[in-house]
Design a protein around this ligand. Structure first.
Ligand code: HMG
Ligand code: MG
Length: 303
C-alpha cells in the first residue's frame, strides 16, 4: 500500500510523558508552558492533562489548573484523560477541553491494576462520559492498552484487541488508539494485531500509541504506516511510562517520529527544529536525560 501523504501526530508528552515522572510534583506553570511550546512547534493535537485520582497518579493532580492555564490556539485540539464521570465532569467544568480520552485494555489483569475494574465495567463507565461529552460538543477518543503484551498476563491475542476497539467505536468514540503499553511489539506482531483490528474497525479510525521500552517503536510505526494507518501518538523527548506497567519506558519520541515521517516524504505540519528546542527545555526542567535520538543529534539549537 502507498504511504499516506499526511500523518496526524498526537502529542501525549504533557500527560503520558509527565504522569509517571518521579520526584517532586512538576509545577503547573511548567506543564502549561510545555503545552504552549508544543502548539508553537505545530502540534495540532495535544493531550494536556488527566482527570484521574491524584492518589493513583499524583503528577496529574493539577489537571484543572493546567487546563485553565492554557491559552488556547485556534486549530489546536486540547485533550484530557477522563477515567470516570467525575473526571469527565471536572474536565467539562474547565471549559477548555476539546477532547476527552477514555481508556480500557485488551487484558483483564491490566485493566484491574490500571483502573480498578473489569474491561466490561470500564466500557459501561464510558457510556455516561460519552453522553456528557456529546452534550458539551466534546469528542471522545478511546484507548486500548496492552495490544500486544501485558506485564501481568503475557501475550495478548489480536482478536481480544479487536473486540475492545470495536466496542469503543460502537459506544461513540471517534477514534481508537492502540497502545503497546510495555513496548513488547515487533513489526510482524504489530501488523498481525492491526490486521485483526482492521477487520472490525476502519483504518481511518485507528491510531498507534507505541511505547519504546524495547527500542522497537519506530520499526513498528513504519510497519503500521505502510498498512495505511495515519495517526501516531508520541511524546516529546520520549518522556513517560505507565505507572501501572512496570518497566514501561516513554512513548516513542515525537522528534524521532517526525524525522522519520519527513524523511519518508510524509507531511506532519510540525517544525522539527522548534520541537527539538522544546525537547531540550523540558528535559532541563525535569533534570532528566533526553530520550530522543534526533534531539540529541540536532543539539540544543535544534539544528
Ligand atoms: P477507584 O479507587 O476504583 O475509585 O479508582 P473510587 O471511586 O473508589 O475512588 C477512589 C478515590 O479516588 C476516592 O478518594 C475518590 O474520591 C477519588 P477518597 O475517597 O479515597 O479520598 N477519585 C477521584 N479523584 C479525582 N478525580 C477523579 C476521581 N475518581 C475517583 N476522576 C480510578 C478508579 C479510575 C479513579 C482510578 O483507578 C484511577 O484514577 N486510575 C488512573 C490510572 C491512570 O491514570 N493510569 C495511567 C493512564 S492510562 C495509560 O497511561 C495508558 C495509555 O497511555 C495507553 C497505553 O500506553 O497503553 C492511555
Ligand atoms: Mg501510554
Amino acid at each position: 500500500m502507498a504511504l499516506p501523504e499526511h500523518v496526524r501526530v498526537v502529542e501525549v508528552g504533557p500527560r503520558d510523558g509527565l504522569q509517571n515522572e518521579p520526584g517532586d510534583i512538576i509545577p503547573t506553570a511548567t506543564k502549561v508552558s510545555l503545552v504552549h511550546q508544543l502548539a508553537d512547534a505545530g502540534l495540532s493535537h495535544i493531550e494536556a492533562a488527566s482527570f484521574v485520582s491524584p492518589k493513583w497518579v499524583p503528577q496529574m493532580g493539577d489537571a484543572a489548573a493546567v487546563m485553565t492555564g492554557i491559552q488556547k490556539r485556534s486549530g489546536v485540539y486540547y485533550a484530557a484523560l477522563t477515567p470516570n464521570l467525575r473526571g469527565a465532569q471536572a474536565a467539562v467544568e474547565t471549559g477548555q477541553v476539546d477532547e476527552m480520552a477514555v481508556f480500557s485494555a485488551a487484558s483483564e489483569a491490566f485493566t484491574q491494576k490500571n483502573i480498578n475494574c473489569s474491561i466490561a465495567e470500564s466500557l459501561e463507565r464510558f457510556t455516561p462520559i460519552i453522553e456528557l461529552a456529546r452534550a458539551n460538543n466534546i469528542r471522545v477518543r478511546g484507548y486500548v492498552s496492552t495490544v500486544v503484551g501485558c506485564p501481568y498476563a503475557g501475550d495478548i491475542q489480536p482478536e481480544q484487541v479487536a473486540v475492545v476497539a470495536r466496542e469503543l467505536l460502537d459506544r461513540g468514540c471517534y477514534e481508537v488508539s492502540l497502545g503497546d503499553t510495555v513496548g513488547v511489539g515487533t513489526p510482524h506482531r504489530v501488523k498481525a494485531m492491526l490486521a485483526a483490528v482492521n477487520k472490525q474497525v476502519p483504518m481511518d479510525k485507528l491510531a498507534a500509541h507505541f511505547h519504546d521500552t524495547y527500542g522497537q517503536a519506530l520499526a513498528n510505526l513504519y510497519a503500521v504506516v505502510e498498512e495505511g494507518l495515519a495517526v501516531i501518538d508520541s511524546s516529546v523527548a520520549g518522556l513517560g511510562g505507565c505507572p501501572y506497567a512496570n518497566g514501561a519506558s516513554g512513548n516513542v519520541a515525537t522528534e524521532d517520529v517526525v524525522y522519520m515521517l519527513h524523511g519518508l516524504g510524509i507531511h506532519t505540519g510540525i517544525d522539527l527544529a522548534q520541537l527539538v528546542k522544546t525537547s531540550h527545555w523540558i528535559t532541563d526542567q525535569l533534570g532528566r536525560r533526553n530520550g530522543s535520538k534526533v534531539a540529541l543529534a540536532m543539539g540544543c539549537e535544534g539544528v
